[in-house]
Structures are given as C-alpha cells and as structure tokens.
Design a binder for this molecule. Sequence first.
Ligand code: GLY
Ligand code: MN
Ligand code: MN
Length: 526
Amino acid sequence: MENANISTDAAGTDTIDASPIPSETSPNANRSTTPSSEGFKAYIGSGWAERTDALPAAREQAAFAAARRATLSARFTGQRLIVPAGSPKQRSNDTDYPFRAHSAFAHLTGWGADAEPEAVLVFEPTVAGHDATLYFRERAGRDSEEFYHNPAIGEFWIGARPSLAQVASDLELATRGIAELDAVYAAVDASTLVLREADPAVTERVDSARLRFAAEAALSTNASDSPFSIEVGSEHEPDALLAEVVSEMRLVKDSYEIAQMRLAVDATERGFNDVIADFPRISAHPRGERIVDGVFYTRARLDGNALGYDTIAASGPHATILHWTRNDGPVRSGELMLLDAGVEVDSLYTADVTRTLPINGTFSPVQRMIYEAVLDAADAALAIVKPGIIFREVHAAAMKVIAERTAEWGLLPVTAEEALLPDNQHHRRYMVHGTSHHLGIDVHDCAQARRDMYMDGVIEEGMVFTIEPGLYFQSDDETVPAEFRGIGVRIEDDILVTADGAENLSVGIPRTASAVEAWVQAGGWS
Ligand code: GLY
Ligand code: MN
Ligand code: MN
C-alpha cells in the first residue's frame, strides 16, 4: 500500500497525476497525489451501492465484558473513567505497525483484533453506577474526501469501518461518534481518571482539560466543597490506580478467557508440529532460524491467527540469548534449537510456549543432563501449584532444583543452600529471568498489578501463568566446563489453576527428553 500522494491506475501501477492536491507539510509531498478536480470529486463520490447495515448478533464475549465493566464501575464510584484503545504506532515514515488495541480496552469492550484505532471507552458516573459508552470514528460517506483521500483513516485505504449501530449490537455497548468525545473532555473534572499509557493524544487532551478545570476551580469559591482534589503536575497517582485496577482485574480469567487460552495453546501446538515437520527446509537454509520463525507464523496465518509476540527461534549459542528475535542463524546438527512462540487468537489471548529440541534427534549426554535439570525444575514448580499458595513460591520451587543441580555439577562457589540465600543467588547467573508470569491478552499479562497482587499475591482458581525455567551457559562463561558453553535450554508451559491444583494447557506439546527426541525424529530431524 502506498499513500494518497501516489495515484494508482487500474493495473495497480503508480501514475503521475496532473492535478495533485498540494500538501507541503506531507513528508511525501514529492510524490503524485489523488486528483482534486471537481469533476473527479463528483465522480468518485457517486455510483456506490447502498450499504446493507445488517446488525450482527452480540458476540460471545459481550456479556463477559459487561461483567468486567460492572466490576470496574464498582471500584470507582462517582468517577469518570477514560480507557482509550490507542492509535497505530509508526514503523517508519508513512507505514505503521498493524494496529493492536490496548489490552485493558480489549478486556473491557470485548473488541479484539477488529477494534477501531482511536476508539475510547468512557464510564460516565451516574446515580446507579456508570454508563459506559464507546466512542469511535464511524464510517464517512462515500461523498466525503476522507473516503478516498485520507490514507490514515479513509475507507478506500484501510477498509470499511463499522457503523455505530453495528458495533453497539456486536458488543452490546452504547456507541457514539468520535467527535462527541469533545463533550467528555469538556466535562473533565478532578474525579476523572484516564488510562495514561493507552493513547498519548487522549492523555494530553485530558491533562489539558484538567488544567482548565483546576484554573476554574481556583476561581470558584466553592472549590473546597469538591469531594475530590487534583494536583496538576503531580505524579498522576489517581491515574496510576486505574492502571493497576484494570491490570489486576485480568489476574483471574473468566470461562470465556480460559476457552480462548485453550484455543491459543492448541493453535500454538499446531505451529510447533509444523516446524517439526519442515526439517529439510530448516536445516538446508543458511538462515534456518528464519524458516523456523516463518513456518510457525505460516501456521498461525493459515489458521487465521496472529502471534502474541515475536518468535524466538534460537539455535546453538543463540539459545543462551533470552530475547533472540533476529532469527537469522543456521540450524546445525548436534546443537539445540530453542523455540519460544505463541499464537494470538482474534480475541487477543495468546499462548507462550517454549520447547528446546535436539537438532540431530538425540540429546548428547550433557545436553540431556541440562535438559532434565530444567524439566525437573518445571515439574517441581508445577507440583505445588494450587489455590492458596503465594505466586513467588512457584519460582522458589523451581530455583531450589536449579541451585541443587548447578551445585552438584560443581558450578557454584558455595553450596546450594548458601546459593539460595537472598543475598547470594549464585545459581541465577545461569537463569537470570523469572520462572513465571501471568498470561492472557498480554503475553506478560497484568504487568501493572501491584506486587501484593502479583509476586506476593495468593494464587486463585482461574489464573493462567507460565512456568518457564531455563539454564543458559554463555559461550564465554569461564565458570562452566567447556562442554556446557553455548547451551541454552528453556521449557515453558502455560498453566491454568484449577479448584484443587493445576492443569498444564500445553502438555500436548512433547516435553520430556525422550518424548522430544521421538517427536523430532518422527519429523525427520537428524
Ligand atoms: N516469550 C516471552 C516469555 O517467555 O516471557
Ligand atoms: Mn513467558
Ligand atoms: Mn516465552
């Protein structure tokens, strides 16, 4: 796709237009543009079929989103809440990354991959609680210049937008046109909160409105009667509370979310299986990691899905680099391949799974020893998961195994017990990341939750988190024997907390050393 400064003929080739609309401020003003003649405008605005505005039935998630909004409403009685979807983020020049709504917005509206950029959910306080209204840019008429001339929002460029009525029916949520947001900004007062990180443009409008409100309040003799106070220029602590609450509301998943997580994990399993089945292309290519990445992505796309994060396809020593996403190395026999990948479904729920594969089909003795230490750590962590324990205990259970094994192998200058003391932690040299994170709409879900609710929080039925211990021995680490160097192993599963324990949602993807060997051998890895 190109922008409006280039006109395109019927064959799809760019043509220079004789009567461009001048646009000196455009970074691409040197290119040709759509015509601006009155004749052209009249012609392109006519001859379009009537739109059939069939109203969709409410999507399954609508009722769940309504319940979430009720929970949020109860936490902020009497306060106006503004939760933006966000805007497209620039990749370079006039190209953006694919739009992805803020996770809290998606959670509270039920709008997922099809959410409209710049939409804003507003909770207006009422006597009974709140009225929630979704503001978004409704479709423009075909007779508008926007329709064909605006590459950012024009339907000719980015596709048809739904009508207000369609979205209201689909999400079972009141809707209004985006222009009506002006009235919301005009009403901003000290009780108004905004989810600051979601859309800087909305945050700026709210902050400006707050300044206006504060100035007016200072002039008013009744200002001290207000039940709320605002310190303009403060650290926006009330806004931070909103960010925490909407993040914490996602810690326990409802039945819809759990079903979506199962879909995402199942789709991820298909991606892993496709990678296993494509070994000839992967091993033959000088950038085999790219093929691993591409095959996993292809399966996600073939199934109509997306990815929850950039795939880590890390072969050989790249497996010791925690966030290796360049994925441009070869996949060589005798080394290990660490694949960390997760499919995101339309509702934006994502899996997050890692498997470490012996590229020739069989772990060497030292690879297997390291692999089984990591597996034992994962199993020890999984074994203690049940409602009532503290989240950090999961990490502690895994770390006990990692400390014991690295001590047994003679890697630590102290005993395992000494290493585990908070002031020591020698074993963490080989696993600097945490064992678990919550998982859901964000791969690192609930990131703004307070420590009391997250790391020090009590585990409850319905939570979903990863267990992902690893051991990573850098190629130049002189504290480990030479045969350890350049080996990285991580085993990552997605865990659902049940009434009396835990379910490993990703258990269908082989994870014991022998099962992994059989899996890759069946795929022809040799
Ligand atoms: N894939 C990112 C993570 O495992 O946390
Ligand atoms: Mn993870
Ligand atoms: Mn991962």
